[in-house]
Design a protein around this ligand. Structure first.
Ligand SMILES: Cc1ncc(COP(=O)(O)O)c(C=O)c1O
Ligand SMILES: N[C@@H](CCCC[NH3+])C(=O)O
Length: 412
């Protein structure tokens, strides 16, 4: 086993803070690859995946690909032994291309476009994948096609949680078959000759603290339904495990979550979980360069070359991401209360507000924490801004930076 492999398994602390990253290394990467730049520590991804497998030794653990579908991440997660939970035909393709065996790939359809169904149905002839239907109509649309894989039914558990209302799914009416109608759909699926192998529900994303009670209640409800339906391979209780955002936030007690899940799970089928954020969030940082610093009576405005098109979460969910000034003399600088703003002319284009930071100067490198999950994945070309590059902490290029030519590549 190489030293790197050993590090992957040992020394895996439950939480990695932004302060734990090697500032000199990050500055060097920013110098070599320019900013804005996403840096992914693939060893950390492996550690997080391994910790999940240890906490849930009997469960089927899949990775929610939507958190970060970069090839390097998918291969690392696959090597660690997780399956792939996919939210679109594109994610299914990327998971298969990254080498996940078809039988470890699940497609959780949400109002699936015909194009997605056609693609996944076609793939089902060569891969023994699972398609999860989220409504009676989705089932009918699958039944109208030549589907050759296994089926699962997504249930609306009526209980949800999450770091923000916009990502609390378990009690949102658009996700899944209403709980009291799910058993009837399962019976119908079987009567029509399909191989029903599982039930699925997902409470929401970024669950911690009191939200964990909702997760446990979901597990109770879904496993009760699993007993009623009977003869299932798995009952998937979603992802959602939270990751601390602020320096003072405690780490998630994964063993306690696993124990509470086991206690609430009362069903012969195998427990399945599908975390995304937990696997990748603290394995990524975003690097940005400071472009202007302006004192105002209210705050110190710190302009930088990354914003809502690079990292959408603060604008969309008011999400908190730690910011660190990577200048070698940062510790000697006075503290300023800063508004860290991006290059887009929208008031929402802010990465951090009212944030005490060592007073930044133009051309400093800023590091933004917890940028491994739902970060590059949600980047856009809004404002005709090419998407940033992604590199590994080891310095391997993972995704190239888009160019201005890429912006018009699809135009007729
Ligand atoms: C169906 C489903 N499963 C799993 C996940 C992963 O959630 P998280 O990244 O919070 O673990 C999501 C996203 O919230 C999801 O929609
Ligand atoms: N995109 C969300 C979480 C994923 C929701 C998907 N069900 C976030 O950044 O927090």
């Amino acid at each position: 086993m190489s030293a790197t492999d050993a590090n992957r398994v040992e020394g895996a602390t439950a939480v990695r803070r932004l302060a734990d990253w090697d500032g000199a290394r990050l500055r060097a990467l920013a110098g070599e690859f320019e900013t804005p730049l996403y840096v992914l520590d693939l060893d950390r991804v492996h550690e997080n995946a391994t910790r999940l497998l240890r906490a849930f030794p009997d469960a089927d653990v899949s990775y929610a690909v939507k958190a970060n579908a970069t090839r390097g991440v998918l291969e690392t997660v696959r090597d660690a032994g997780l399956g792939a939970e996919c939210g679109s035909a594109g994610e299914v393709r990327r998971a298969l291309d990254a080498g996940f065996p078809g039988e470890r790939v699940r497609y959780t359809a949400v109002n699936p476009p015909a194009r997605d169904l056609d693609e996944v149905v076609s793939l089902s002839h060569d891969h023994d994948l699972v398609l999860t239907v989220d409504s009676v109509d989705t089932f009918e649309r699958v039944a109208d096609r030549d589907f050759a894989g296994r089926l699962c039914v997504r249930v609306n558990p009526g209980v949800g949680a999450g770091h923000h209302a916009k990502v609390t799914t378990g009690d949102a009416p658009q996700f899944g078959v209403p709980y009291d109608r799910a058993a009837a759909l399962c019976a119908e699926v079987r009567e029509r000759g399909f191989d029903l192998v599982g039930l699925h529900a997902h409470a929401g994303s970024g669950i911690s603290g009191e939200g964990l009670a909702a997760h446990a209640e979901l597990v109770r409800r879904l496993s009760a339904l699993g007993r009623e339906v009977g003869d299932l391979d798995f009952v998937a209780v979603g992802g959602g495990f939270g990751v601390p955002c602020r320096p003072e936030d405690p780490p998630l007690d994964l063993d306690a979550v696993a124990a509470a899940t086991r206690e609430a799970f009362d069903c012969e089928a195998r427990l399945a979980i599908e975390p995304g954020r937990y696997v990748v969030a603290d394995a990524g940082v975003l690097l940005a360069a400071t472009t202007a610093v302006t004192e105002t009576p209210e705050t110190t405005v710190v302009g930088c070359d990354a914003g809502m098109t690079t990292l959408l979460r603060p604008a969309l969910y008011d999400a908190y991401h730690e910011v660190r000034v990577l200048a070698p003399d940062a510790a000697d600088r006075p503290t300023a209360r800063c508004l860290v703003a991006g290059p887009v002319c929208e008031t929402a284009d802010v990465l951090a507000r009212d944030r005490p930071l060592p007073e930044p100067a133009v051309d400093d490198v800023l590091a933004v924490g917890n940028a491994g999950a739902y970060a590059y994945e949600m980047a856009s070309q809004y404002n005709s801004r090419p998407r940033p590059a992604v590199v590994s902490l080891a310095g391997d290029p993972l995704v190239r930076r888009e160019t201005l030519a890429d912006l018009t590549r699809l135009e007729h």
